[in-house]
Design a protein around this ligand. Structure first.
Ligand code: GDP
Ligand code: MG
Length: 556
């Protein structure tokens, strides 16, 4: 296929502005899928995407489009809109020369519209602004065009007004893709060189890599090398994604497709890797900036016997989602496990759900934390919790964009929900890392009859210590059974106790029930009690069931 008739583009936008719906129409109009009422967000293939109604993985589809008597190959990548998945957007952009920037005709420019615009702008891609949902009663494309001129400095004449739902003017979008986006700078006569921009693990076929061919050609049977590990593989299968796998004989410069080459280990064909022919080595492409984890949580198997299974599930899923960082960790209470880093709370929830749905794994997830740097000195005394305003830009008469510096732990858990409800859904929000700041954080211990419980020591902000400590004591009180003596459950900072609950004494005589009973029944009961004890951990003189740790450490 001649390179000058190839276009690679992705669809970017704020969440819910209609990316996946536009992708459906483009697929239908080019004959990739049949026209039926049932086609709703067909590229959202994962169960988690269908259940939540959001895109979490970028998806690729190759379309054939006839324009003025010529056939064009259009490679489309639909991307997620939520800030937690912006890593998917930046990866997709590296395989493209242009973007469709979708903006809802009713909502106008929102936080992720701005964030995604800058990703495309910095990568110097052609940007086609598309105003969607013009069929809505309150649609106001005029105002949105003014916003686009003002905020992005793109002339209003370049905007295309469409209804992705009804298909209105979508043909114009296809024409703009052909006319305004340049073909890829890839040469068929160069040595073969491809970027692995996505990858997933198939149970039977091993690693299936999605590649963008930057030069040359590759065919079945070729010996290829992955630059990352330097290992050689034979190409078993390759083809286009339309959007389902469609095997072909060769892939050429400028094309986007998939390749299967007998890679059985998830460490092979990592996202960002370069592939080349064994006899024609090339310099590796720069790859991707590693994602910066913002939220950390522990993940543990329900039972230690499930550790190996969970390990391979996590490895396979992180092959598909390389923005997750994984470190081995262990907890006195929960045994061997991992500490995983995510880009946000939604990302963490989606990852957890995918582990359960796609890998049948059940896990204990601990309460999320944000990264801290500890300096062991009195400099922590500096108090700084308030957000500081950085700047403010009026988008139009009704909308303002404000920048603040926030401590991450103030925004990570419930800030977004709060902002949405306070603004009746009008405000939107995006964030980037601004580095570490000094804060008044303290170490809080949990004590059982005066003995510290190492597993439950936490770092909290001084202002939150009381409420967190109290909540932890209450949970422990509920999950530790009464014992022969009274148990004091305390939260303490240094030697100062800040919260306390009491578990009353209870004399539990399991043999009392068998008064006069036969000896075998007594033995059985004693054995059962001994087995129960094995699941206990002794802290000082207190027996703590494993469940108690799980209840306190787990997310609600
Ligand atoms: P994405 O998050 O950007 O991928 O958005 P979706 O494609 O999932 O669409 C979000 C919602 O907007 C869905 O309920 C769509 O049916 C709806 N939607 C998309 N395009 C249009 C449109 O042109 N008109 C109307 N009225 N609704 C639309
Ligand atoms: Mg979507």
């Amino acid at each position: 296929f001649p390179v000058d008739r190839i276009r690679n583009f992705c669809i970017i936008a704020h969440i819910d502005h209609g990316k996946s719906t536009l992708a459906d129409r483009l697929l239908e109009m080019t004959g990739a899928i049949a026209k039926t009422e049932k086609n709703k967000q067909v590229l959202d293939k994962l169960q988690v995407e269908r259940e939540r109604g959001i895109t979490v993985k970028a998806q690729t589809a190759s379309l054939f489009y006839n324009h003025q008597g010529q056939q064009y190959l259009l490679n489309l990548i639909d991307t997620p809109g939520h800030v937690d998945f912006s890593y998917e957007v930046s990866r997709s952009i590296s395989a493209c020369q242009g973007v469709l920037l979708i903006i809802d005709a009713n909502q106008g420019i929102q936080a992720q519209t701005v964030a995604n615009f800058y990703l495309a702008f910095e990568a110097q891609l052609s940007i086609i602004p598309v105003i969607n949902k013009i069929d809505l009663k309150n649609a106001d494309p005029e105002t949105v065009e003014s916003q686009i001129e003002k905020v992005f400095d793109i002339p209003r004449e370049e905007c295309i007004r469409i209804s992705a739902k009804l298909g209105t003017n979508v043909e114009q979008v296809l024409q703009a893709v052909v006319n305004r986006i340049p073909p890829p700078m890839a040469h068929i006569n160069d040595p073969f060189k491809a970027l692995v921009f996505d990858s997933n693990f198939d149970h039977y076929r091993g690693v299936v890599a999605n590649i963008a061919v930057f030069g040359g050609r590759v065919k079945k049977g070729d010996k290829i090398v992955s630059a990352h590990l330097g290992k050689t593989y034979e190409v078993n299968e390759l083809g286009l994604l339309r959007p389902d796998e469609h095997p072909t004989q060769k892939l050429f410069a400028g094309q986007v497709g998939y390749i299967i080459a007998g890679m059985k280990d998830v460490k092979e064909a990592q996202i960002g890797d370069t592939l080349y022919l064994q006899q024609q080595p090339v310099e590796a492409l720069p790859g991707f900036k590693p994602a910066k984890a913002m939220v950390f949580a522990g993940m543990y198997p329900m039972d230690q016997s499930e550790y190996p299974g969970l390990r391979s599930a996590i490895e396979r899923l992180t092959l598909n989602d390389s923005s997750v960082t994984v470190q081995r960790d262990s907890s006195l209470a929960l045994g061997a496990g991992w500490r995983l880093g995510f880009l946000g709370l939604l990302h963490m929830e989606v990852f957890n759900q995918r582990l359960e749905q796609e890998y049948n794994a059940s896990v204990i997830v601990t309460a999320p934390t944000v990264p801290y740097k500890a300096v062991l000195s009195s400099a922590k005394l500096i108090k700084n919790r308030r957000a500081t305003q950085k700047n403010m830009v009026y988008i139009d008469d009704h909308r303002v964009m404000m920048k603040y510096l926030f401590p991450l732990n103030e925004i990570v858990v419930d800030f977004y929900d709060l902002l949405k409800s306070l603004s009746s859904g009008y405000a939107s929000f995006d964030y980037e890392n601004a580095g570490y700041q000094a804060a008044d954080l303290i170490k809080m211990d949990i004590l059982l009859n005066g003995q510290p419980v190492e597993e439950l020591t936490t770092i909290v902000h001084r202002d939150r210590a009381y409420s967190t400590g109290k909540a932890m004591c209450e949970k422990l009180q509920d999950s530790i059974p009464r014992q022969m003596f009274e148990i004091a459950v305390q939260a303490a900072i240094g030697s100062k106790v800040i919260a306390r609950e009491t578990i009353k004494a209870y004399r539990k005589n399991v043999l009392a029930k068998c008064y006069g009973g036969d000896i075998t029944r007594k033995m059985k009961l004693l054995k059962k009690q001994a087995e129960g004890k094995k699941k206990m951990r002794r802290i000082g003189n207190v027996e703590v069931p494993k469940d108690a740790f799980i209840n306190v450490l787990k997310r609600k």
